[in-house]
Design a protein around this ligand. Structure first.
Ligand code: AMP
Ligand code: MG
Length: 337
């Protein structure tokens, strides 16, 4: 097994790197690559052996289905039953950070869909991902490129840090624009339109375009058969994470001084740079949820590599993108199953 230093350098976002990544994928390999949400670990979705490599590298349970990425709406029709609702969404949210669950066609291996009759599909916006989809000619199954349950990666180095030799080939496309996983909705008639995972596309924006209501019931508890893999505990750092409501004063630091305190926006001095010293962090300069979303996983990883015994993190109000940020933070902080 190669040592960490002997792993190949990152593939670059140039003609050589894109061609290499596409060849590897066509040959049944796995490649980590950037999307506008987080880095994905991609394989040819119609090649069961290749898909098996994703599950093995991530340590992901087979009951957790994968999202299949496509290059065009026409391609969706090759693997799933199109829905009139989907056609309304295209152009507004596609390409982009929205995943739709549709009835699958027979060519999609049961391994991808955890044996279900539905498949999750996304048309991503990231130019690198789109180019690899185009060049490889594959439908790409691509969950986040991190060990199952750990914090998602938002840059190439995060993938190397946590997957190491399990994923030698990483295409470096810089930082992810959103830094949070896609919004997922269920679009099959029987279930109505249901939000399975909050993300960069809000239910309000979806409702405006669809003209029908989007049910936002907490699926992890109420409809697990609709959303397998949507676990209470996920995206979790090793360091204990303790959440507080927006605006709530942080706890005084533990006498050992090894507890980090994180604000949503850069705190003013009244929040005590003297008290917290170098254990004081923030997700954004001015409270921008976009900036906070982009930074949240990177900061969790960074603090996990620090010498902290606990991290005290401020939640958002939960409005707009704040719902997705809070969802990830709550799962990251959850203990047990
Ligand atoms: P990720 O781990 O970010 O790739 O997201 C994959 C998640 O999408 C899974 O954990 C499921 O919760 C959800 N998902 C994928 N396929 C389906 C499906 N056919 N039906 C419902 N949810 C799905
Ligand atoms: Mg994931």
């Amino acid at each position: 097994m190669p040592t960490f230093e002997e792993l190949p350098p990152f593939l670059r976002n140039d003609a050589v790197g894109l061609a290499r990544a596409s060849d590897l994928l066509r040959e049944g390999g796995i490649v980590a690559l950037p999307t506008e949400t987080v880095y994905g670990l991609a394989a040819n979705a119609l090649d069961e052996q290749a898909v098996r490599r994703i599950f093995a590298a991530k340590g992901r349970p087979l009951i957790d289905p994968l999202i299949v990425h496509v290059a065009s709406l026409e391609e969706v029709g090759q693997i799933a039953e199109l829905s009139p609702l989907l056609e309304k969404l295209v152009g507004h949210f596609w390409p982009g950070p929205l995943t739709v669950v549709l009835r699958k066609k027979e060519n999609v291996p049961g391994l991808v869909t955890a044996g279900m009759g539905t498949v999750a599909v996304r048309l991503p916006a990231h130019p690198v991902m789109r180019e690899v989809l185009r060049r490889s000619g594959c439908f790409l199954a691509a969950p986040s490129a991190n060990p199952f349950g750990y914090v998602s990666p938002t840059c190439a180095q995060h993938v190397r840090d946590s997957l190491g030799h399990k994923v030698p080939w990483i295409l470096d496309g810089g930082l992810c624009q959103h830094g949070l996983e896609s919004t997922i909705i269920h679009l099959t008639e029987a279930a109505g339109v249901r939000l399975l995972r909050p993300g960069p596309v809000s239910p309000e924006a979806l409702q405006d375009v669809l003209g029908v209501s989007v049910s936002v019931t907490h699926v992890a508890k109420t409809a697990s058969s609709l959303a397998p893999g949507m676990l209470e505990r996920h995206y979790s750092p090793r360091t204990q994470l303790i959440l507080r409501c927006e605006g709530e004063a942080p706890v005084p630091p533990h006498t050992s001084g090894r507890e980090a305190v994180v604000w949503l926006r850069r705190p003013d001095d009244a929040a005590g740079s003297e008290t917290y010293g170098r254990a004081r962090f923030w997700l954004s300069e001015d409270g921008s949820l976009e900036e906070a979303g982009r930074n949240v996983f990177a900061l969790l990883r960074c603090l996990d590599n620090g010498d902290f015994t606990a991290v005290h993190m401020e939640l958002t109000t939960g409005l707009g993108l704040g719902a997705a940020i809070n969802d990830r933070l709550r799962r990251a902080a959850a203990r047990g199953g």
